[in-house]
Design a protein around this ligand. Sequence first.
Ligand code: NAD
Ligand code: AKB
Length: 319
Amino acid sequence: MGKTIIIGACGQIGTELTLELRKLRGSDQVYAADVRAECPAILSNGPYVQMDILNREAVRSFIIDNKIEQVYLLAALLSATAEKNPNFAWQLNMEGLFTILDLAKEGHLKKIFWPSSIAVFGPTTPREMTPQYTIMEPSTVYGISKLAGERWCEYYFNKHNVDVRSIRYPGLISYTSLPGGGTTDYAVDIFYQAKLGKKFVSFLSENTELPMMFMEDAIRATIELMEAPSEKIAIRSSYNLAGCSFTPRQLAEEIKTHIPTFEATYEPDFRQAIADSWPGSIDDSRARQDWGWKEKYGTKELVSIMLENVNVELLEKLH
Ligand code: NAD
Ligand code: AKB
């Protein structure tokens, strides 16, 4: 297998995906790339390149000159940050995708992974067990960019035979790196506050149910999808994928079974409207049927492993 690059490698998903792909393929075969000037220490076991996905010519030259075969394109603004800067979010989330799809169309790349999100659904979508194919009228700039991206991925597959694969990730929960500006971020922050012995103030209301997944499951799903034989990938827009679903109150109750003194209060802000427009749970039967997806972590397992592993120093480094 040829070389791989992960663009947006310093983020919540990129950090763990880079480490896992380096384990599988060899550190020197997997480039980490990000707009950040410095490579975080955790990714220093392999090559790092500072790269702005919006600099189309620089991205093209690097990929062609280094004979890269696979791209994981993770750079994006997430839902909450995107609402604060809609024009830039649209530019960042779309332009980079075209740069990479065009490289594949011209024969420079063999395979692309591009993540979508549960944000492609909207207030008119059936909320429970949201099907793969259903009404999609996203009401956020992030959701609109992800839905447009999905349509372009399918288009490039159909018209230009580009091998692009995608997952509609739910909210991802991890302890290796912090989340980067999403609506589901409360479900990571809560573990740091619990470990610090602090009261947690949730920016979502107590009964807001959202689909979530432990990062290890998400990374495994991504690699399984990318390694599946092409003929098994019947969906070239993006696959629904589910881990578990919970509300802030259910999550707090589960944490209390480990830390009985833990307390949470609820003060919804602008992110409540975003969460209200998203599904509560996801039907991922097509991913199960087509390429054998099965989650390992439910809410209980996720809470135990997060409480065991979150390191409050990671949070303190940022403040
Ligand atoms: P993140 O915000 O943690 O990381 C994004 C990374 O991209 C950052 O390291 C950032 O520095 C980098 N970046 C930003 N602008 C860039 C640019 N111009 N050029 C190169 N790099 C740039 O995001 P994440 O949570 O790791 O998400 C990665 C992808 O997965 C995104 O497309 C996101 O929409 C999608 N996704 C994430 C989740 C989740 O819960 N984390 C859920 C659904 C979909
Ligand atoms: C966000 O909240 O924006 C992300 C997502 C579900 O896409 N975590």
